[in-house]
Every structure is written in C-alpha cells, then in structure tokens.
Design a binder for this molecule. Sequence first.
Ligand code: S3P
Length: 432
Amino acid sequence: MIKELSIQPTCGLHGELSVPGDKSISHRGLILGAISQGTTTLHHFLPAADCLSTLTALQQLGVPIERTGTTVMIRGRGLRGLTQPQQALDMGNAGTATRLLAGLLAGQPFETTLVGDASLSQRPMERVRQPLQAMGAQLQLTGGHLPMLITGRTLHGSCTEMQVASAQVKSALILAALQADRPSTIVEKLPTRDHTERLLRLFGGQIETAADHRTITVHPQPNLIGQSLTIPGDFSSAAFFMTAATIIPNSHVRLTHVGLNSTRTGFLSILQRMGGRVTVDRKLGAGEPVGTLDVRFAQLHPVQVTASEIPAVIDELPLVALLAATADGISTISGAAELRVKETDRIATIVTELQKLGVQITARPDGFVIDGRQSWQQPTEPLASHGDHRIGMTMAISALRVGGPTELVDAEAVNISYPTFFEDLARLNQEV
Ligand code: S3P
C-alpha cells in the first residue's frame, strides 16, 4: 500500500459493490467461536488489521484457527479451555479487541498482559477496569491505559449501571458475566450495538434484553456450541460510498448484503433526514438484518444531531460532517464527546482536515457546527489520515469532490478496517 496517494476528482461513481464483512461481528465471531465447543466457520470475515489482532491473540491463547481469505475456521476450546499465552498479546490498533478480551480474560485462571500501538496506548481503559473490578476482576493499568495486566479470578455476578454508552464495555461485561457464579444485569446509559447479544443467542447462550432496550440479563456458565455463519457487509464501510454517491453529482451506486442492524444505522436516518436519495431493500437474514442500499446524488439540507442518536452513528460522524459540509445551511452535532477518545480525537482531526478544504466548521467540546453554504477550495497542503482509518477514508471521499488532484498522506491507515478500500473506490469510479 502506498503511503501517500494522489486522488483525482471524479464526475460520478457508478455500479454495484458488496463491501467487506462487518468489523464488530468479525471480532465477536472469533471470540465466541473460541469459547464454544466444536467448530465455528465464519464466512465473509473481515481480514483487516484489527480483526487479525483478535485472531492472533486467540491463537496465542491456545485456540487453533485457520484462515483462507475471508473464511475462518475456529476449533473452539470451550469457556474453560483457553491457555496462558507465552508473551504479551499485541492488540495493535484494536480498541474493540482489547476491551472485549479484557472481559473474557478477567475470568480465566491465568495472567495475561495486553499491549497496543501508540494510539491504542492512549485510549481510556478505566472504563472496563472499574466495572470488571466490581465483579471481582483484577486488572492493572498503566496510568489508566495499556499495558494492562489481567490476573484471572473467580468472577461474581453483579448489577452494573454503565457510565458510558459503549458497546465495547458492555460486551466486556457480558463476556465476564458468562464466567460468573450467578446471573448479572447490565444497564446501558443508551442502547448501543447489540451484536454480542445476538451472536451469543445464536451460539446457545442465555441472555435477555428488556423492553427498554437498555437492561440486559446474562446467565452464566453456558455450553456454547460452534456455528457456521455469514457475516454481513459492514454498514460503516458502506457509509463511505453512501456519502460519496450523495455528494458527487451524477452518482448512483448499489451496495449489496449490507448489515442493517438498527443499532448501527443512525447514519442512514440522518442522511434521509438531510434529503439524501437512498432506497433500502431489506432481506431476512439469520441473526442480523441485511439488505441492499441504492444511493444517488442529492442536494442536502442541514441537520441537528443530539446525544440520544450518537451511539447508532458513532463511527460515521466524520461522514456526517462531510455531508453537512455540502448542505445548504448550518448543521450542529452535539453529545458526541466520545469522538475525542477514538483512534484519534476525531473532533480535532475532522475539523483540521475539513478546514483545509475551506469548509466552515467549528469544534465544540462535544461535537461540531458546520455551515455548508461556503464553496470548497483546492487544499494548499496534503490531506491527512492522522493514522486514523476512518479519517483517512473520509478525506479520500472528500478529495473526489474538489477541483483538482489532491494528496492524501498516511493513506495506509485504511488497512485497519478496510484493506481493499481504494480498489473498491476505483471500481465504482470506472463503471459507467
Ligand atoms: C464497537 C463499539 C464502538 C465503535 C467501535 C466498535 C464495537 O466503540 O466506535 O468502532 O465493536 O463494540 P465504543 O464501545 O467505544 O463506543
């Protein structure tokens, strides 16, 4: 992968694309396969750097896993069959893998150390340590961050009121609760993505979500059974092409087999509210809803996004900023302070990058304000990913809409979640 790319403007994206498998579900499929009895086969697995960090970590925990392209075969070891790794587990850039494995390893009868790259080593881990400790876990952090030393303990069922709306923390608690001595209850601050709950049911676990969509009861010590499953396309990856097709005149793309779990599709509702031209053809999928999205160019109107909507659009907020930068008015995104603790401070990085295009965007502590009425300009310095996959792809999409060729530095950050991003973009750019 080239470190610096020159991106040419386009006069429209066209054609059909099936985006790679969902990152969140790929991580969870590996972990649940590892702690089940028998073989799990994952089809349409996402072979991106983040998911490969989880795969390698599980191999180091004694789980035989074979991968051929996007198909993964896991020989499950059961809930009590993992073994102590020979060395620290390197989680790379993967926040999801780190927090989920913290919950799993907190109840295993051995010690594990988790380490990560420079970005991951700055991300907050107290949010998992504190509620896991209330279950009897022993996690030692380094100033609230990685490296994390986990000393496995017997865990006690508990009732946790979550302090942050985070599916990673919720999933860590669920994985810990599976190993506890009695049932556990988790109360979410706001409902977040529910892939762990859905998959756990599929593997034979007993987990209930109350009618408020926030209260979850986990029954411990299940006998999980290996499954064969096809992972839907990642809605978060599809969102880059939904954005591109919407903001580049003359575009029309179809995205097939995309995961449409409503805890993930806040971006779709926001785009439709802004006047986006999207039609959705929903299919009945096993475990997770999927469907086809048909998206065309549209002139957008401004939007107001507030706290209750944030969890379902958390990873797509840089794209909401990009949409808003083409709308005929002022948009405000608030209640999104979590953006400050992602792979980069995404409020700071998106503001810096969009300002290079002449976009009128102002940072707020918990979001941003964007006036889309100003026309964009050719940037005088290269656009940058800041080492953040989603910022890199967002800026690559924006570069398609400026007047001339635009440089993008550290473009290889896309490997974290979407290694074939530039190939897929080139395909839609050629089809007429
Ligand atoms: C994820 C949860 C979200 C999301 C991340 C993936 C998951 O993070 O931003 O990309 O797979 O559980 P938080 O739990 O920190 O909100």
